[in-house]
Design a protein around this ligand. Structure first.
Ligand code: PMP
Length: 285
């Protein structure tokens, strides 16, 4: 049986999951999305993801035509229809088909679709040895332009930084904000550890409020670690004892080099390992 995609209320074959070329999601990146994961058939933090989707939609003045409960049910129905247990789930709401002009009021009806698929992970080797990343010259969107808290379909900002990472032979890039402070990576939030305390940029630095980020903050505090949401500079990165990234797909991944400089010992650190392990227990437990 082929993959079924949920599209505007129906489960259709992947070949039939199509939307118009006049959709403003395609023409302008006008829409919002979520990346969610299921473990053992159970969707991780479903409510939090659905809420963020609706918050993103509110931010771009897009009314999602179904309720939060309905979309949550559609997500679990799609998973079940595809008999997937450990999967990556993409939920997308576009502005819908309209005219060639920008005016969103001329779009008829938003398109809502849900894709569930096998998760593609970073290789195990990267969790053991850590990631090599760079700081990108492309700065993170100014919060008063397109607030990074909105998970919009317009990911060009991150894609430009991702290209820089790839050009430098790495997989990720740290993006700085308009003030020069660390914001986040192209698809993950960033943490550092120094003298046993855990630091991560505040939401006000212009970042996506990652659901994994929030879990890790909670776990670290439960373990008695000091966690501070503070502005971080590049110099803070270079003198950190440890650094790691968090995200739905990546979970917790150690970073061992930034801009070719070793971080701490140049090996994944003990706090990173402890938090990664605790997160694994939470998701697989
Ligand atoms: N920042 C950006 C820009 C992202 O795209 C993501 C992935 N959704 C994250 C951070 C991590 O967020 P989460 O933990 O909710 O997946």
């Amino acid at each position: 049986m082929g993959l079924k995609v949920w599209l505007n209320g129906d489960l259709v074959d992947r070949e039939d999951a199509k939307i118009s070329v006049f959709d403003h999601g395609v023409l302008y990146g006008d829409g919002v999305f979520e990346g969610i994961r299921s473990y053992g058939g159970k969707v991780f933090r479903l409510q939090a993801h659905v809420r963020r989707l609706y918050d993103s939609a509110l931010g771009i003045r897009l009314t999602i035509p179904i309720s939060q409960e309905e979309i949550a049910k559609a997500i679990t129905d799609t998973l079940q229809a595809n008999s997937l247990r450990d999967s990556y789930i993409r939920v997308v709401v576009t502005r819908g088909a309209g005219t060639l002009g920008l005016d969103p009021n001329r779009c008829l009806e938003p398109n809502v679709f849900i894709i569930t698929d096998k998760i593609s992970l970073y290789p195990d080797e990267l969790y053991e040895n850590g990631l090599d990343i760079i700081t990108a010259a492309t700065m993170r969107n100014h919060p008063n332009a397109l607030n990074p808290r909105l998970k919009s379909l317009n990911y060009l900002n991150n894609i430009l930084a991702k290209i820089e990472a790839i050009d430098a032979g790495t997989l990720e890039a740290v993006m700085l904000n308009h003030l020069g402070y660390v914001a986040e990576c192209t698809g993950d939030n960033l943490f550092i550890v120094r003298d046993g305390a855990v630091f991560t940029p505040p939401i006000a630095a212009g970042i996506l409020e990652g659901i994994t980020r929030n879990e890790i903050i909670g776990i670290a505090r439960e373990q008695g670690l000091e966690v501070r949401e503070e502005n971080i500079t590049r110099q803070d990165l270079y003198v950190a004892d440890e650094c790691f990234l968090t995200g739905t797909a990546a979970e917790v991944v150690p970073v061992v080099r930034i801009d070719k400089r070793p971080i701490g010992t140049g090996r994944p650190g003990p706090v990173t390992k402890q938090l990664a392990e605790a997160f694994r227990r939470l998701t697989r437990g």
